[in-house]
Design a protein around this ligand. Structure first.
Ligand code: GDP
Ligand code: IMO
Ligand code: MG
Length: 428
């Protein structure tokens, strides 16, 4: 009985949802601890596709509880929509709960995110326009609305009123957009509170008790380390801490309780949105990887930028997260590429060769990756279920990653379906 943390090590979309789904079958709790419905976690069960944005991916097969903890920013309308979609498919959702402390994404957060992205002042991040940044801003500014506030009419009205004063002024005077009406928002959100009241609970005490009782608890990260507000390619990041450290503040559990720290990386790299991407491919190969890997955003449908595996950034990510188990996904997508490249160092603009990730985001655009070349393989590996079934060059690819990072790969994913895994070590 133990705790498990699944986090992304690149720029998101590594396949965290699929891995969480696999691990959740044996979990008593599956917990989201940061981010919001900017996430898009895809799980294939047979031919059926599920895309979870706000609900933990564990909702599909966890027999215990699914928790959206305090560190998540919750769009309650997106929550109800996702619940309704699952219930339409005949699934039970009465095991899903939201922390009373979680902050609520309000309509003005979404508008602010959208207007900023539409503003042609050159500062766009390429966000998902889900209101994530503005909601976290209000949380840190101590003017945010929390789930618990939806249950208290007086407090809710007062908080919306206060927020609308500044937001409406910004909409009108800066963006030249219409203002929002207090009654409309208040009525809608008080009704939402009424609908959700049985799901809005204190989660930290129960989670700590579960840890004490030796239950299996799985924490599911959204986004990834290279989008981390502190350690990613700032400002082209999200507004939360998608690291293992984020679990402690995002779910209210102590660092000493975290045991299996599972880092998920694709066998290559993708990124959606703006920002530096040193190993990006701008050629036909990049286009082919996008096609074969179906690299289109699960939340916004945007084409994902594609590139070679970048071990410099992966080392940064495994270091910050303290990863002790690696998962490599989408190895099947690389089948048929004769020569594969993996970045091991960067050459800086003044010719220095480095193997660490820089904090200077602007400089990254001018860094040139230095690659190790590895021979590819031609076999279809999507049916492999044991490590020995992999072609020798595919094994060399995995082992090169392990040696560079000094961490073993415990699971290799060879297809989107739940069962398409090579599990080298049982974690449970
Ligand atoms: P997440 O955000 O980290 O959960 O990842 P996404 O679900 O956004 O993106 C990963 C995509 O790759 C999804 O469409 C998955 O179904 C798919 N996928 C996951 N693992 C594999 C794999 O090993 N091989 C292939 N071909 N697809 C995979
Ligand atoms: P999952 O959990 C990939 C990116 C956006 C943008 C930046 C900031 O599916 O891996 P935001 O809306 O969070 O303010 O956008 O972060 N981004 C993601 N990219 N996967 C995600 O989630 C992402 N969530 C946000 O594209 O560049
Ligand atoms: Mg995704």
């Amino acid at each position: 009985m133990s705790t498990y943390v699944v986090v992304g090590l690149q720029y998101g979309d590594e396949g965290k949802g699929k891995i969480t789904d696999v691990l959740s079958a044996k979990s008593d709790y599956v917990v989201r601890f940061q981010g919001g419905d900017n996430a898009g976690h895809t799980v294939y069960v047979g031919d059926e596709k599920f895309v979870l944005h706000l609900l933990p991916s564990g909702v599909l097969q966890c027999k215990g509880k699914c928790i959206i903890a305090n560190g998540v920013v919750v769009n309650p309308k997106a929550f109800m929509k996702e619940i309704a979609q699952l219930e339409e498919k005949g699934m039970k959702t009465d095991h899903v709960f939201i922390s009373r402390r979680a902050h609520v994404i309000m309509p003005y957060h979404i508008l602010l995110d959208t207007y900023r992205e539409e503003d042609e002042d050159g500062t766009q991040i390429g966000t998902t326009k889900k209101g994530i940044g503005p909601c976290y801003e209000d949380k840190i500014s101590r003017v945010g609305i929390r789930m618990v506030d939806l249950l208290n009419p007086e407090v809710l009205r007062e908080k919306i009123e206060k927020n609308l004063k500044t937001k409406n002024s910004l909409f009108e005077k800066y963006f030249g957009k219409p203002t929002l009406d207090i009654d409309e928002i208040y009525n809608e959100f008080i009704e939402i509170g009424e609908k959700l009241k049985d799901r809005i609970v204190d989660t930290e005490v129960e989670l700590n008790q579960a840890i004490h009782d030796g239950k299996n608890i799985l924490f599911e990260g959204a986004q990834a380390l290279m989008l981390d507000i502190d350690f990613g390619t700032y400002p082209f990041v999200t507004s939360s801490s998608p690291s293992t450290g984020g679990v402690c503040t995002g779910a209210g559990v102590p660092p000493t309780s975290l045991q299996n720290l599972i880092g998920v990386a694709k066998a290559y790299t993708t990124r959606v949105g703006h920002g530096p991407f040193p190993t990006e491919l701008h050629d036909e190969l990049g286009e082919n990887i996008r096609k074969i890997g179906h690299e289109f955003g699960a939340t916004t449908g945007r084409p994902r930028r594609t590139g070679w595996l970048d071990l410099v950034s992966l080392k940064h990510a495994t270091m910050i997260n303290g990863i002790n188990n690696l998962v490599i996904t989408k190895l099947d997508v690389l089948s048929g590429i004769p020569l594969l490249k993996i970045a091991t160092h960067y050459r800086t603009e003044d010719g220095k060769i480095i193997d660490y990730f820089t904090s200077s985001t602007t400089k990254l655009y001018n860094y040139e990756p230095i690659y190790q070349e590895l021979e590819g393989w031609t076999e279809d590996i999507s049916h492999a279920r044991t490590y020995d079934e992999l072609p020798a060059n595919a094994k060399k690819y995995i082992e090169f990653i392990e040696q560079y990072l000094g961490i073993s790969v415990y699971l290799v994913s060879v297809g989107p379906e739940r069962s398409q895994n090579i599990i080298r070590k049982e974690l449970f």
